[in-house]
Ligand binder design. Structure first.
Ligand SMILES: NC(=O)c1ccc[n+]([C@@H]2O[C@H](COP(=O)([O-])OP(=O)(O)OC[C@H]3O[C@@H](n4cnc5c(N)ncnc54)[C@H](O)[C@@H]3O)[C@@H](O)[C@H]2O)c1
Length: 354
């Protein structure tokens, strides 16, 4: 199997590549990434990209057609990938997450690629904690990031064909350890706070609902989408990916971390404005379509995984919310130093103040 992964050098990419190489040792994997977070490593081991057969640095906004020659599966992870970044870089978010994704899919179809896998998001359900959302529920995208996912799915649907299967995986909020860990994700933030300062500062009043999934389980879902038969979902399918057992209120998640990392104090922000993201998700369709690819990790196991990973690298930065493990901080700093321009394109080295 020849696989191209766009956006492979982020949080999910390295875990996915390891998973695919473990399960398909003969596969050939090409990585394509602009490299915004290439230096944001949380491993004492070698660079994750040594597992890849070929790493290409480039911008998905100018994707080179020739990389698609002989490719069977395209997995698109390249994105401005959370709400705070989407708010700061609204137009660029649409350009990268939506328009560039559609262009990539068109080129992939033209090149004879058989499977196109898009990393979508449950955030398109917005603020709606009345009942767990199925795929048929009304979408309520409240942020630029969520809108980019809705637009991409809609246009992708029109591109699917008998010999070009498209799968949009509407992921829950990711969590779990990775060689490029992110601490701008709720559970990862809680565990990092508990480890470094014995404190969890919940930014909301703790009531919002959030569905979560471990990065290793995301990788298993991507594997399913890369190999599924047309009979299993049709030429186009958008499916919620997570587990019905993993819909929790934020305060429940914090209390579980406190239980496993004792003496941790939990503080709520009762005065915080209502969290825009609060929804429960129904994962029955994913259960039915992919019974052999269901999530393995639960909350307890994920907290232990994060704890082991962070202590394993000697992580002890109590100011991690300002660190390079927060994606928006990384992009802001590159812009301040004139390494990235206003469009998030790399500037020539001479323009940067190093
Ligand atoms: N992490 C989550 O909670 C979550 C949940 C649902 C869906 N997703 C989606 O999964 C995908 C991967 O998420 P992640 O957490 O690994 O994100 P990430 O931000 O860690 O990684 C995204 C990667 O895309 C690359 N990229 C960004 N713009 C690019 C461009 N113009 N050209 C080429 N590469 C570019 C970045 O350099 C980065 O390596 C994203 O589409 C994201 O929206 C993530």
């Amino acid at each position: 199997m020849n696989i191209l992964i766009a956006g492979n050098m982020g949080y999910i990419g390295p875990v996915l590549v390891q998973h695919l190489k473990n399960n398909y040792p003969d596969s050939r994997i090409i990585g394509f990434d602009i490299g915004y977070f290439s230096h944001c490593l949380t491993t004492t081991g070698p660079l994750p990209e040594i597992m890849i057969d070929k790493q290409v640095f480039g911008d998905i906004r100018h994707f080179p057609d020739e990389l698609l020659e002989g490719i069977d599966v395209v997995i698109n992870l390249a994105a401005i990938s959370n709400d705070p970044m989407g708010k700061t870089f609204e137009d660029i978010t649409l350009e990268i997450n939506y328009r560039s994704c559609i262009n990539l899919a068109k080129k992939a179809r033209q090149a004879g690629v058989k499977h196109f896998v898009y990393a979508s998001s449950c955030s398109m359900y917005g603020a709606a904690d009345d009942f767990p959302k199925t795929e048929e529920a009304t979408l309520n995208p409240l942020t630029a990031y969520a809108r980019s996912k809705v637009f991409a799915e809609k246009d992708l649907q029109a591109l699917a064909r008998e010999n070009f299967l498209i799968t949009c995986l509407r992921f829950s909020t990711a969590c779990g350890f990775s060689p490029r860990l992110r601490l701008d994700l709720v559970l990862n933030d809680f565990v990092a706070g508990a480890i470094t300062s014995k404190k969890i500062n919940i930014l909301s009043d703790g009531t919002p609902w959030r569905a979560m999934i471990h990065v290793k389980d995301m990788s298993r879902a991507i594997e399913w989408a890369s190999i599924r038969a047309r009979e299993n979902g049709g030429t186009f399918v958008a499916v919620n990916v997570g587990s019905n057992a993993w819909n929790h209120q934020i305060k429940t998640v914090a209390l579980e971390v406190q239980k496993l990392i004792p003496e941790t104090q939990v503080s709520l922000n009762e005065d915080a404005p209502a969290d825009k993201r609060s929804y429960r998700v129904n994962f029955s369709k994913f259960e039915q379509l992919a019974p052999d690819f269901q999530p393995h990790f639960n909350l307890e196991r994920t907290i232990k995984d994060l704890q082991e990973g962070l202590t394993g690298i000697g992580f002890n930065d109590p100011h991690f919310r300002e660190s390079s493990l927060i994606r928006l901080k990384v992009l802001n700093r590159f812009q301040q130093k004139r390494i990235l321009d206003q469009d998030l394109s790399w500037l020539p080295i001479a323009a940067s103040k190093t």
